[in-house]
Design a protein around this ligand. Structure first.
Ligand SMILES: Cc1cc2nc3c(=O)[nH]c(=O)nc-3n(C[C@H](O)[C@H](O)[C@H](O)COP(=O)(O)O)c2cc1C
Length: 177
């Protein structure tokens, strides 16, 4: 069955390692016949959640008028959500954290998602675990959702990940999502 796949690329670095792995996932998912869209957070304006709870009083309307409304609808509509991030000081990119916090307005409208998580770091797998846990924390907040796959990419300079077998792993993950 064809699925709606939404890939969120959160690295500010064009052609970076997490973007390349996400691209591989996307290629696999497209070849398997799914509908796939990629959102590059570096091109989007997302203000931080103010915790004003305006959204809770108004059925999900945020006080900010920025790109998050459009992204939020894509998150709600997707069957599969791919979150990808570089590891920055053992955590998420700021861009991804901003997006996740802003789902507070309408997370109640999200359910039954299949998540795939992609992280890249200069160091090995152990350096990515706290970041994976951060993303899993978000997935846990969405009812009936599961984390179906986690992709760990170890590389420092932009593009170095091309030499790694994890490129094929990401492709296969997308192909079988
Ligand atoms: C601000 C910053 C913080 C970083 N913190 C870590 C870190 O805590 N651990 C690590 O292994 N690599 C760290 N790195 C290296 C990146 O995670 C690594 O270069 C990764 O491949 C970047 O992914 P990208 O190419 O998708 O942006 C850091 C890089 C930057 C710019």
């Amino acid at each position: 069955m064809s699925k709606k796949v939404l890939a969120i690329v959160s690295s500010p670095r064009k052609g970076g390692n997490s973007e390349l792995l996400t691209g591989q996932f996307v290629n696999g998912a497209k070849e398997a016949g799914n509908t796939v869209e990629t959102v590059f957070l570096r091109d989007k304006k997302i203000n931080p959640c103010l915790a004003c709870e305006h959204c809770q009083r108004t059925g999900g309307t945020c006080v900010h008028k920025d790109d998050m409304a459009e992204i939020m609808q894509k998150l709600i509509d997707a069957d599969v959500i791919v979150l990808s991030t570089p590891v920055y000081f053992y955590s998420l990119s700021a861009q991804l954290k901003l997006m996740i916090d802003r789902t507070f307005a309408r997370a109640i409208n999200m359910r039954n998602k299949e998540f795939y998580l992609i992280a890249t770091a200069a160091d090995g797998k152990a350096a990515m675990e706290t970041t994976m846990r951060d993303m899993e924390g978000f997935a846990r907040c969405i009812p009936e959702s599961t984390v179906k796959g986690k992709i760990y990419g170890s590389a420092y300079r932009a593009g170095d990940i091309r030499k790694s077998p994890v490129m094929e792993e990401a492709y296969q993950c997308g192909r079988n999502c």
